[in-house]
Write a protein that binds this ligand. Structure first.
Ligand code: FAD
Length: 398
């Protein structure tokens, strides 16, 4: 496959680079490069900058504010923003819910919610997983019972990423418990300020608040917040997941993380020589570089075959597995590269304005937490073991 860019693509790449040079705040890029904490205001700042340029909902159709890019342009944008250490675009509203609304939502839902996703009025979170319904998502039990022009929702969601910031949650709910489990699920949009919605933080071992439990007790949701048809939610859920999994491949971000790893390996010393020259370390770096290049080609191929939209299930599963494994290996090597400096964990050193005694070089503070935090990559969005099952079923018929 020829990955060489034509003149138009080179011009577009230069346009993206110029935009990033001018508009990506150095403060945000430094935070991303050093794996420091990004708060809600940081993420909103970057979203607003992209939105002002018309590049925030970049997978959206032109009629809803998308830029109408080709798959190659998407690939260029992803690579260049990654390499520039731009914050990631938070996907829940922009690249998970929006494609579902655009394809299956009512005109009213599209007109109301899509502009609010773009301008940051509504922050969304994802209410799929429940205790007892993770890999086996269709076993979910949160119920929605029709009562006049409302559904009454009861149940619990878990692992809700950044739910503490969210104004709205898109949920899978059980609307018919009497049929085959996939056939009794609906897709519901719930305002987080509705009485009966309670968000409880799950504080992780490193003290971070990234995920939550969300409880619903007799929550009344207008029927107008149902997406598509009642009991057809499984179809929409799967459509959303193929976007989620392709996004998780994160080629651009891995290229940037790898470039940073190369910098660290060239800076750190082993027996008086740069670590990058140690044969064992150099071989592991080379292996990642080759695998990253292979994934870049595969990602481009899948993007082109799917016209830049959601990848087919098996391909998106494949990208999810390879993308997360490569990223985890990069974080693993970065942790090894700084040796003992990966041991102490000074949480405050990840905050902006920290002026305490640094432990090791400036890049050390974020490396261990990045390593541990990224263990999640092979679990969320559907664990990699389950992705392998999807591939064997879809491609080998097993
Ligand atoms: C940091 C983080 C953030 C998340 N954010 C969100 C979010 O915002 N919204 C949301 O809805 N969900 C979220 N999730 C949930 C995530 O999608 C689930 O954790 C994931 O689907 C796995 O489900 P589970 O945790 O229930 O594990 P389980 O399903 O209990 O699986 C446990 C283990 O068994 C293995 N296993 C299970 N079934 C099979 C099988 N058939 N074959 C082989 N192995 C199997 C799994 O691979 C895994 O290793 C998040 C999870 C994490 C860790």
């Amino acid at each position: 496959m020829d990955l060489a860019y034509g003149p138009d693509e080179i011009a577009f790449r230069d346009e993206v680079r110029a935009f990033l040079k001018e508009r990506l705040p150095q403060r945000l890029a430094d935070k991303v490069r050093l794996n420091h904490r990004l708060d809600k205001a940081d993420l909103e700042e970057w979203h607003a900058i992209l939105n002002a340029r018309g590049w925030l909902g970049n997978h959206w159709p032109v009629e809803w504010g998308g830029p109408g890019w080709t798959p190659v342009q998407h690939n260029i944008f992803d690579t260049e923003t990654g390499l520039a250490y731009a914050p990631r675009i938070i996907p829940f509203g922009l690249s998970m819910l929006a494609p579902v609304l655009i394809k299956f939502g009512s005109d009213e839902q599209k007109r109301h919610f899509l502009p609010r996703i773009l301008d940051g009025t509504d922050w969304w979170c994802q209410g799929y997983s429940e205790p007892g319904a993770g890999s086996d998502l269709a076993s979910l039990r949160t119920s929605a019972v029709r009562d006049g022009d409302h559904y009454v929702v009861n149940g619990q969601k878990t692992w809700t990423t950044l739910g503490q910031y969210a104004d709205w949650i898109f949920c899978l709910v059980r609307t018919d418990p009497t049929v085959k489990k996939q056939e009794g699920i609906s897709f519901l949009l719930i305002d987080m300020t509705t009485p009966g919605v309670e968000v409880r933080p799950i504080i992780l071992l490193d003290g971070e608040h990234e995920v939550n439990e969300v409880f619903f007790t007799d929550v009344r949701v207008p029927v107008g917040n149902l997406v598509g048809e009642e009991n057809k939610g499984w179809t929409y859920a799967k459509y959303l997941l193929s976007y989620e999994r392709t996004g998780i491949a994160g080629v651009g971000a891995s290229l940037a993380a790898f470039a940073w790893l190369q910098h660290i390996a060239a800076t750190e010393q082993k027996r008086g020589r740069p670590l990058a020259e140690d044969p064992y370390f150099a071989a592991r770096l080379a292996k990642i570089e080759i695998e990253l290049e292979n994934m870049r080609t595969t990602n481009a191929r899948v993007l082109m075959a799917s016209g830049g939209g959601a990848a087919p299930l098996a391909e998106s599963a494949m990208l999810k597995i390879r993308g997360t494994e490569i990223r985890q290996e990069i974080t693993n090597l970065a942790r090894r590269a700084i040796g003992p400096f990966a041991q102490p964990f000074v949480s405050e050193a990840l905050d902006e304005g920290f002026n305490g005694e640094p432990i090791g070089p400036d890049y050390a503070a974020g490396i261990a937490s990045d390593y541990f935090n990224n263990r999640k990559l092979s679990i969320f969005g559907g664990s990699n073991e389950v992705q392998r099952e999807i591939i064997t079923k879809a491609t080998l018929g097993l």
